[in-house]
Design a protein around this ligand. Structure first.
Ligand code: NDP
Length: 327
């Protein structure tokens, strides 16, 4: 038996609890991993609370990412004792995930732990941080450099936002951090944000075009926030959209795209191809300050994710949450 978070839906009743799970119940897969750390991402919070239909089959062990050590493997790339990391691929949604002491997955979904990260640091980054780096890579692919002009990060005090601010600042960008929690200004300045922008200035319906401010953007919010960010981009600015913390809708006009040549790039971490994952982890190793990573991470035991999940959806969790699973 091992401990894990167990989500079930029976007779219309949705439940999530910490309980013992029989190892024989682990799903199909060619690699069994002793999970050391997982994390609490926004999507995990949605899964645990049932606030949105993230879980596709029941019962489910949530956890869209984990870092751990291979226990058994019939995959040619992995052997017992290897340190590995998993992000996405539907794990924690339709295949049992990382919020448990053991996980069994397809070896093709794993990547080797990137040096110099420890298992704990890799999950300090987790899917949120890896997605932040995918956004940075997408901005660069569109030609953005620090010389292009200032950049903006929304949901800056959250997981994706905190890592995006830290990485972009380290790369030399002038970063504006949008937050609904101005009391986190000192934290955001420490991560490298030059300016703090009150979320309320972007969360109401705005004009099709606003004053040109930013050359690049990482948006985790969607909704009016994303529409207003697009409207305030400089000529030929680039916006990466990866989240829906504000909403799934996009109440915008085409004005920024057809009049200012703005580019809107969608970023998905779940099915991102392996070469891009490896590139993102490699860039995190060079472009994320490990001291800052520590300062934006809190570590909690497995049982605590149940009470933290609703707090995360209410926007009350700062930075990243690392879950010490230690199977
Ligand atoms: P967090 O909960 O850690 O951060 C979200 C942040 O968004 C909050 O901290 C808050 O920051 C801000 N926020 C909260 N409510 C609102 C609102 N109503 N309007 C605008 N901003 C709001 O979540 P993550 O950083 O882990 O994830 C952020 C988003 O990115 C989620 O929607 C998640 O699903 C998505 N995501 C997508 C991925 C992909 O593959 N596309 C991968 C990972 C995440 P503040 O207090 O500073 O305003």
């Amino acid at each position: 038996m091992f401990q894990g978070i167990w989500i079930n839906k029976e007779d219309g009743h949705y439940s999530a609890q910490l309980r013992g799970i029989n190892k024989e119940q682990l799903p199909e897969g060619d690699v069994t991993v002793r999970v050391a750390y997982s994390t609490l991402n926004y999507k995990d919070a949605l899964a645990i609370t049932g606030a949105s239909p993230v879980v596709r089959q029941f019962p489910m062990v949530p956890g869209i990412d984990f870092a751990g050590v291979v226990e058994t493997s019939s995959h040619p790339d992995y052997k017992p004792g290897d340190s590995v990391v998993l992000n996405g691929w539907g794990v924690g949604e339709k295949h049992w995930g990382g919020l448990a002491e053991f996980a069994r997955v397809k070896g093709d979904w794993l990547v080797p732990l990137q040096s110099p990260f420890t298992l704990r640091q890799a999950m300090g980054i987790g899917t949120a941080g890896y997605t932040a780096m995918l956004c940075v890579l997408a901005l660069e692919r569109q030609g953005l450099t620090p010389a292009s002009g200032p950049v903006v990060v929304t949901g800056a005090a959250g997981g994706v936002g905190s890592v995006a601010v830290a990485v972009l600042a380290k790369l030399g960008y002038e970063v504006s951090a949008v937050t609904g929690r101005p009391e986190q200004a000192e934290y955001l300045h420490k991560l490298g944000a030059r300016h703090i922008v009150e979320r309320s200035t972007l969360s109401a319906p705005g004009k099709p075009l606003a004053k040109e401010q930013w050359a690049g953007a990482v948006d985790v919010a969607g909704g009016h926030v994303l529409a207003n960010v697009c409207a305030a981009m400089r000529y030929r600015g680039v916006v990466t959209a990866c989240g829906l913390a504000s909403g799934m809708d996009f109440p915008a006009t085409v004005a920024p795209f057809i009049l200012r040549g703005v580019t809107l790039v969608g970023v998905d971490s779940v099915m991102a191809p392996r070469p891009e994952r490896l590139q993102a982890w490699k860039r995190l190793a060079s472009d994320l300050d490990l001291g800052l990573l520590e300062s934006l991470t809190q570590e909690v035991p497995l049982a605590d994710v149940l009470k933290l999940a609703p707090q995360m959806l209410a926007g009350q969790v700062r930075g990243r949450v690392t879950v010490a699973v230690r199977g």
